[in-house]
Design a protein around this ligand. Structure first.
Ligand code: ADP
Ligand code: MG
Length: 694
């Protein structure tokens, strides 16, 4: 019994690449598609586009050299003498061929071939058909099941894949039904055994389409089980985290009231609620995992700063991280400003520091002197140890993939103390329901659903780029009045992006400098050193620069309340989320703001749709929903790019109903004595540990 489950040693390394380490793994390695070798069609009845088995004798065979080297054979029906003018014939064509093919296709041989029919120069043909020589072949009998085609890598032939899958299917205990009867009944699910057979060796030819489209009930069962495993794993991870000890932060209320007094504004009710949520989480001995979600400009930074200060008051350190250096620097300046009269030690950690500066900063963290350490995520990668890390703040969390979220947790776990720090994540991107129910199921969420008062609405204008001079004239007048503008350079898609981006930006900059005498125009681009960027940004903040020409480095998070003009070149090239983020850079102060979207002549339909959405809407939630509608599901939150780990078959957007069902069932199964949770998780998760933690 045992040795049956071994994999052929020669194939092992290749199978391992497919994630197959054990014969059992074949059961969850489902076919991509199927070949219907059960349908045998007479030569005279063949039709273009069908995939069929055809039988006949080889009438002609030769290697040809024009237009390229190829082996061609002609086949006719065995019971046809071939003398009639109307004898139907089939051409078989190989561009890659080996001696065994030439041998098998010798004139006079009886053969069976399988493949897709297409219209060739001389009638129907099959390119690279699968074939069987008739005489020596017992398998010549018609296939009785659809033939599975498995995802495979070079070096593992389909035949081997099929044989191994068939072998795995013979081990009965691997087909044990693990779901309780009641669950299956309530969800109307196929049994596990039925599911495996239906997918690996389907006999029902009429199901071909639904199998390949993955809408067949067997697929529903697979996806359900997979999502259920995910839900169970998330619950387990959450339960495990509940066992971790986090520092219990008891704010002394020495510093926070002082900060509140310093602020030039009062918190909105939504901000106060978010602060209260965070403070009450921090007071618990269980690590907080909270997402603070609020539209662009809703004021998330101050909420994070107050939570950070509560930790500092209680004697703990805080790590504050941002996705870009520019943004981290801005946070550093902002917090320095807010905390300028308070006895709080801020430490700046950035890639641009010299080695000795970085060493000094790291030492401050290590010794516990740094009370709030601010920097990019390099802060974490470059092994920064903390003496008493209480809280990690992650700004623009959606810019970090799931992977980084994982790393973060590990980072926390390996911090010097036996404590796991609290985490507070900030994001402007609303989480779609599907993600909230699956990958973020273990997060607590605070929402800031109002913008600070006293803001004037932003006027959005769509203007053809042919009127650029007019716009420059308008901005010039505004700048002479001490108003400030961002002028965003077009997004470049080509591969040598940076080079072209820089050229365009420099050209635009030169134009504007000429067009605006006595006004200071500055250029900010991705090639600059961090300190150069910071210097220009600071000049802009102090209104020493009135017009800031920028590549999209300003996209996320930059905050200069006096800036009230935003011009975006080639707005049609930007995605909705980006446009929303960019527009959110203005409308932050008390002055009325204008966002001008310059567009080029020929707009694609989706570009038109996008511009219409951004023109008509200001609410980030509505824009995100429209974005989802226009782009199709899956791309939001970078979940596609960062590769959501764990799910092979289910798609959280398309299978949202199953996500919901799985979540409910996971709840019920917590108390079900008939459910073997460990066995179920083992079946789906095995050594895929990342699945459980993400
Ligand atoms: P985001 O949520 O996009 O990160 P920020 O935290 O950068 O927004 O805040 C945007 C601007 O609004 C900042 O200039 C901030 O100082 C200001 N701000 C924050 N809260 C308030 C408030 N309650 N009233 C007025 N202005 C506020
Ligand atoms: Mg922000």
């Amino acid at each position: 019994m045992e040795e049956q489950t071994y994999l052929p040693p020669a194939l092992r390394p290749k199978l391992a690449k497919l994630g197959i380490h054990h014969l059992r793994d074949f059961l969850l390695h489902f076919p991509l598609r199927y070949e219907d070798q059960t349908r045998e069609v007479a030569l005279k009845d063949l039709m273009v586009g069908e995939s069929v088995v055809v039988e006949g004798v080889v009438e002609f065979a030769e290697t040809q050299f024009r237009p390229r080297r190829q082996f061609v054979a002609l086949v006719r029906a065995a019971d046809d003498d071939g003398l009639s003018h109307f004898t139907p014939r089939l051409t078989l064509r190989y561009f890659n061929f080996y001696p065994n093919i030439v041998k098998a296709l010798t004139v006079g041989n009886s053969i069976r071939v399988y493949g897709e029919l297409r219209e060739g120069r001389n009638g129907l043909e099959i390119v690279h058909p699968l074939f069987k020589k008739k005489e020596d072949n017992a398998q010549l009998n018609r296939a009785t099941t659809l033939t599975a085609v498995y995802p495979s890598s070079a070096g593992v032939p389909q035949a081997a894949m099929r044989t191994l899958a068939a072998k795995a299917l013979k081990v009965r205990e691997w087909q044990t039904e693990l779901l309780p009867e009641a669950t299956r009944a309530s969800q109307q699910l196929f049994s596990w055994g039925e599911t495996l057979t239906a997918l690996h060796q389907p006999t029902d030819v009429s199901a071909l389409a639904s199998l390949e489209m993955r809408t067949h009930p067997a697929w529903r069962r697979v996806k359900f089980d997979e999502l259920l495993a995910q839900q169970l794993a998330l619950r387990d991870a959450k339960a495990l985290r509940a066992l971790e000890r986090a520092p219990q932060v008891k704010p002394s209320n020495l510093l926070t009231p002082l900060l509140m007094q310093q602020l030039p504004f009062t918190l909105t009710p939504a901000q106060s609620r978010a602060v209260a949520d965070a403070i009450s989480d921090l007071a618990r001995a269980v690590p907080m995992t909270r997402l603070l979600q609020g539209d662009v400009g809703s004021g998330k930074t101050i909420v994070a700063a107050l939570a950070a200060l509560a930790c500092v008051e209680a004697g703990y350190q805080v790590a504050f991280m941002a996705p870009t250096e520019l943004l981290a620097e801005q946070h550093y300046r902002k917090l320095s400003h807010w905390l300028r009269d308070l006895p709080v030690k801020l430490t700046w950690l950035a890639g641009s520091l010299t080695t000795s500066e970085l060493k000094a900063a790291q030492a401050e963290c290590k010794r516990g002197e740094a009370q709030i350490a601010i920097g990019t995520h390099a802060l974490f990668q470059k092994k920064v140890g903390f003496a008493r890390l209480g809280l990690v703040v992650v700004d623009e969390q959606h810019r970090f993939g799931v992977e980084q979220r994982l790393q973060l947790r590990q980072r926390g776990a390996s911090s010097d103390e036996a404590f796991a720090p609290h985490t507070l994540m900030l994001s402007a991107t609303p989480i779609p329901r599907s993600l909230a129910m699956s990958y973020y199921a273990d997060l607590d969420v605070s929402v800031i659903d109002e913008l600070p008062g006293g803001r004037q609405p932003i006027t959005t204008k769509l203007v053809s780029e042919t009127r650029r001079a007019e716009i420059a004239e308008r901005i010039y007048r505004a700048a002479q009045n001490g108003e400030q503008a961002y002028w965003v350079c077009p997004l470049i898609e080509e591969s040598d992006k940076m080079e072209i981006e820089l050229q365009n930006a420099s050209a635009l900059y030169a134009d504007l400098v000429t067009a605006m005498p006595n006004v200071r125009v500055a250029l900010l681009h991705g090639r600059m050193r961090a300190d150069e960027k910071a210097e220009i940004m600071q000049a802009f903040i102090e209104n020493k620069v009135q017009v800031l020409v920028a590549t999209t480095v300003i996209e996320v998070g930059v905050d200069v309340p006096n800036a009230s003009w935003m011009v975006i070149e080639h707005a049609e090239r930007f995605g909705l989320a980006q446009l929303h983020q960019l527009r959110g850079r203005v409308g932050r102060g008390s002055a009325a703001s204008t966002c001008i979207l310059l567009f080029a002549d020929k707009l694609s339909d989706t570009a038109k749709q996008r511009l219409k959405v951004i023109y008509e809407n200001i609410d980030g939630f509505v824009i995100a929903r429209e974005d989802l509608r226009i782009r199709g599901p899956g791309e939001l939150l970078g979940s596609r790019q960062s590769g959501v780990p764990g799910l092979r078959y289910a798609n959280i957007e398309e299978d949202i109903d199953l996500v919901e069902a799985a979540r409910n069932i996971a709840n019920q199964l917590d108390h079900d004595p008939h459910f073997d949770r460990a066995a179920f998780l083992a079946r789906w998760i095995q050594n895929r540990t990342e699945f459980a933690k993400a």
